[in-house]
Design a protein around this ligand. Structure first.
Ligand SMILES: Cc1cc2nc3c(=O)[nH]c(=O)nc-3n(C[C@H](O)[C@H](O)[C@H](O)COP(=O)(O)OP(=O)(O)OC[C@H]3O[C@@H](n4cnc5c(N)ncnc54)[C@H](O)[C@@H]3O)c2cc1C
Length: 425
């Protein structure tokens, strides 16, 4: 019997307010589209399709937002990982191709938050912080590109002193402020979108791990107690599924962890983050942090560790947090959790098909809040027969590491080590 799991013990699960309790899949069901996985990719696609009048069934192994979507840093970051690789395969000017796509996910999120009244603590403001001079050069180029493109939000390059004034630490040599990015409570967003999809006729099943897909003119998605037969299937299990042979070994499963401190005093907040921006460094083995709605510091980072032990996570992340804010050495930590990110070897999000009517969409390299929402629209377009943006991504074939799915822990270690070395260059 497959084992299903409750939400991880995160700050988000504790504060989501609306706890979903959709019934498991039972018996033989029929749909236009069956989506496997109720994270941002699956739910975003389901909502796009429900808005267009498709009959959608979503089959989730655990709970809505149980995976990375309900555990992440909540940083709404623009851009798409691996753009240069896509450009290489496509032979066109990457800026031209991506000028709209880089921010499309943000627009979808903002529009849905407003349209469906989703309360997910969405706030504008994001600070890329520099550790090395090459980061400053990258920010300058990014800033110039945004100016040229007529980016409609405030962006500003900040000196070391201005950065210190904004986030109360001397750890960085400069930064790039972008008020077009932002941050949010990801589990509230995912559940809010799921409720919106259901209000438009979508069906969601929780605690229903998919065991296999039976291929044919119509595909049959099978769980222990039931099945959905559909014209199209989308596999949206990201780093948490091992469903199709063709998709094994196409991503490094990278672990990322977060702690949530006790709420900070008003004086501390005005010293370390008066504009309430999300902060992130550009390393692959990165540190990222922001304030929650009740002013807890949510501090995240990557550790070469595959377990879930909160004591270990607290200790490791407290070390990282005090490297930025030494004065927080004795702050109480109320929550500690981790999740798995899918990082394709090419870094390009993996959109493709394993059969003419079975699509997959995964691997956003830690930029998933934005890109899953764009991907949801692209997948809905693909089902509706509009393939232009789908083909853009699908033109980059996944690079497969043979046997990687059998070696999860060594692959995590190897992947993190590879990127750690790149960070040092
Ligand atoms: C700790 C952490 C911090 C992050 N921080 C950020 C951030 O600040 N900003 C950002 O942009 N991105 C961030 N990310 C990445 C982002 O969260 C992901 O890219 C995004 O959520 C992926 O969404 P998804 O729906 O594709 O996958 P997931 O959210 O992982 O959802 C996959 C779902 O599929 C289900 N599933 C798997 N197998 C099956 C099966 N056989 N049958 C049925 N269901 C199945 C799982 O139970 C799961 O619910 C972070 C990730 C982590 C883990």
């Amino acid at each position: 019997m497959s084992i299903t799991q409750p939400h991880t013990d995160s700050y988000y699960a504790a504060t989501v307010g609306d706890r979903t309790d959709f019934a498991p899949l039972k018996g033989e069901q029929h749909a236009d589209v069956c989506v496997i996985g109720a994270g941002f990719t699956g739910i975003s696609t389901a909502l796009h399709l429900a808005e267009r009048g498709y009959r959608v069934h979503v089959v989730e192994a655990n709970k809505v937002g149980w995976g990375a979507s309900g555990r992440n840093g909540g940083q709404m970051i623009g851009g798409i990982a691996g753009e240069n690789n896509i450009a290489k395969h496509h032979g066109k000017n990457v800026d031209e191709l991506f000028s709209e796509l880089r921010w499309a996910g943000h627009d979808i999120i903002r529009q849905r938050v407003q349209h469906y009244g989703i309360q997910c603590d969405l706030k504008p403001g994001y600070l890329d912080v520099a550790i090395k001079p090459r980061h400053l050069r990258e920010f300058e180029a990014d800033h110039e590109r945004l100016q040229k493109a007529g980016f409609p939000y405030e962006t500003q390059l900040l000196s070391r002193e201005e950065t210190r004034d904004l986030i109360g630490t001397d750890a960085y040599i400069g930064s790039h402020l972008n008020m077009g990015n932002g941050h949010l409570h990801p589990l509230k967003l995912c559940v809010g979108e799921a409720r919106a999809a259901v209000s438009l006729g979508a069906t969601i099943y929780e605690q229903s791990p998919v065991i296999r897909i039976e291929h044919g003119d119509k595909a049959r998605v099978v769980t222990e107690q039931g099945a959905v037969t559909a014209d199209f299937v989308l596999i949206a299990g990201n780093a948490y599924h091992q469903l199709e042979k063709k998709l094994r070994g196409v991503m490094f499963p990278v672990r990322s962890f977060i702690i949530a401190t006790e709420p900070l005093s008003a004086e501390t907040v005005s010293r370390i983050n008066p504009r309430d921006v999300a902060v992130c460094d550009p390393n692959f083995v990165l540190k990222y942090f922001r304030l929650s709605a009740e002013k807890r510091l949510l501090f995240g980072g990557r550790i070469n560790y595959f377990g879930e032990d909160p004591v270990f996570i607290r200790r490791k992340l407290r070390q990282k947090m005090t490297s930025i804010y030494p004065e927080f050495a004795d702050l109480r930590i109320d929550y500690a959790w981790g999740g798995t990110i899918g990082v394709p070897v090419t870094r390009v999000p993996l959109l493709g098909r394993v059969a003419p009517n079975v699509f997959y969409c995964q691997g956003y390299s830690g930029h998933g809040v934005n890109v899953t929402h764009l991907a949801g629209r692209i997948m809905a377009d693909a089902v509706a027969g509009t393939m232009e943006q789908f083909d853009l991504f699908a033109s980059v074939k996944p690079f497969i590491v043979p046997g990687a799915h059998l070696l999860t822990k060594p692959m995590v270690a190897l992947g993190v080590l590879y990127y750690q070395i790149k960070d040092r260059l």
